[in-house]
Ligand binder design. Structure first.
Ligand code: MN
Length: 323
C-alpha cells in the first residue's frame, strides 16, 4: 500500500516558488500542441474544472496550472462552444479493405477473437485479440509507407514527432462534383478557386477532401470495383504537388479507402498522392467521415496513430475541434 506521504503534491498545494517553476514547465504562454494533445487525451481531465456553473460565474482554472488559452479551451469545450467531431469510421469485421491485383500480397480484414469474456478464461474481465493490416478502416499513412519516403528521417509511426499529429483543417467540399463523376479529381484550378474563397492554405494544414464517399453503405459501394478496377475520387497529380511542395501541408485526408483515387494505379506517376506526399514527408488519412460537420476553415484536426515500432501506418481515432 502506498504511504500517503509519498503522494506527489498537486501544483496548487506546492509552495509558491515551486508552483511558479511548475507553471513555467507546463504552461508556456503560447499555444502548445503537445499540451493540447495531452488535454484531449485526458491527461488534463475535461470534467476536472469544477461543477457545472454558468460560464461567467465559474471560477477560472487556478493560475499556475494552465495557460489562458488552455483554460479558455476547457471552458469552451465544457460549455459546448467548441465541439468535438469524430471523423472516424467504426473498426470491425465489416470494415472494407482495399483490394490489390492478385500478384500482390493482400491485407487482411479485421478479426477480433475473444480472449476471455467473464468466463473461465477470465471470470471478471473481457478482452479481445485483434488482427488487421496497418491500413485498415480510418487510418494513418506514414511517409515510410511508400518507396519515395522510405529513406526519410522519422518516417514511421513511432518516430514522427507528435507535433505533426495536430493542425488546422482546410476542408474542400467537392460532393456535387463527385455525385456527377465518381472518378472526380481535384484540379489545381479548383484548388485555386477554393483558396480565392477561403484564403491560401496555411503551412502545416491538414487538407481534407470532402467527397461524400463515406455515406456509401456497404463494402461493395464503398470500394466500387469494376472490371477495370476501383472507381473513387481523389486528387489530380498536379494538385498534390502544389499541396506538398508549395503549400507545405501536414498531409491530406480523404473519405475513400486510400488517399489516391480509385484509378490512380494508371496515373503518371502511379498513385501520385502516395508518391508525391510521402516523398515530401507528408502524412495521409483515409476513410474519414463526418467531414460535412466541418467548416471550410477553422477546425483543428487531431490524428495520432498508434506508436507502432517501424509502423507504416495504423488505424486511429481522428477528432476535430470545431467552434
Ligand atoms: Mn493507407
Amino acid at each position: 500500500m502506498m504511504n500517503v506521504t509519498e503522494t506527489p503534491p498537486s501544483a496548487s498545494s506546492l509552495p509558491a516558488g515551486r508552483g511558479e517553476s511548475v507553471m513555467s514547465l507546463v504552461a508556456p504562454p503560447h499555444f502548445h500542441h503537445g499540451l493540447l494533445v495531452s488535454m484531449i487525451a485526458g491527461v488534463v481531465p475535461l470534467g476536472g474544472i469544477g461543477p457545472t456553473l454558468p460560464f461567467e460565474s465559474r471560477p477560472l482554472t487556478p493560475r499556475g496550472t494552465m495557460s489562458d488559452v488552455l483554460s479558455l479551451l476547457i471552458n469552451e469545450l465544457h460549455d459546448g462552444r467548441v465541439r468535438i467531431v469524430d471523423l472516424t469510421q467504426p473498426l470491425g469485421p465489416e470494415t472494407p479493405v482495399i483490394g490489390l491485383p492478385p500478384q500482390f500480397a493482400s491485407s487482411p480484414g479485421v478479426t477480433m477473437k475473444v480472449i476471455s469474456e467473464f468466463d473461465d478464461g477470465g471470470p471478471t474481465w473481457y478482452w479481445n485479440e485483434l488482427r488487421f493490416g496497418e491500413h485498415t478502416g480510418t487510418h494513418f499513412d506514414a511517409p515510410g509507407h511508400w518507396i519515395t519516403g522510405r529513406d526519410l528521417p522519422d518516417n514511421t509511426t513511432d518516430t514522427i514527432g507528435p507535433d505533426r499529429f495536430i493542425g488546422p483543417a482546410c476542408v474542400i467540399d467537392v460532393t456535387a462534383r463527385v455525385a456527377a463523376n465518381e472518378d472526380y479529381l481535384l484540379s489545381p484550378t479548383e484548388l485555386a478557386g477554393w483558396e480565392s474563397e477561403h484564403g491560401k492554405i496555411a503551412v502545416g494544414s491538414w487538407v481534407l477532401l470532402h467527397t461524400g464517399w463515406s455515406t456509401r453503405a456497404g463494402a461493395e459501394a464503398f470500394l466500387n470495383v469494376r472490371e477495370d478496377g476501383p472507381h473513387s475520387p481523389g486528387f489530380h497529380p498536379d494538385t498534390v504537388k502544389v499541396l506538398a511542395h508549395e503549400r507545405d501541408v501536414l498531409g491530406v485526408g480523404v473519405e475513400t479507402v486510400g488517399t489516391d483515387a480509385g484509378q490512380a494505379g494508371g496515373f503518371d506517376p502511379p498513385f501520385p498522392t502516395h508518391t508525391t506526399m510521402h516523398g515530401a514527408g507528408k502524412l495521409g488519412l483515409a476513410s474519414l467521415c463526418n467531414l460535412d460537420q466541418l467548416p471550410a476553415i477553422g477546425a483543428i484536426v487531431i490524428a495520432a496513430p498508434l506508436k507502432l515500432v517501424r509502423g507504416s501506418g495504423s488505424p486511429l481515432r481522428v477528432l476535430a475541434l470545431v467552434s
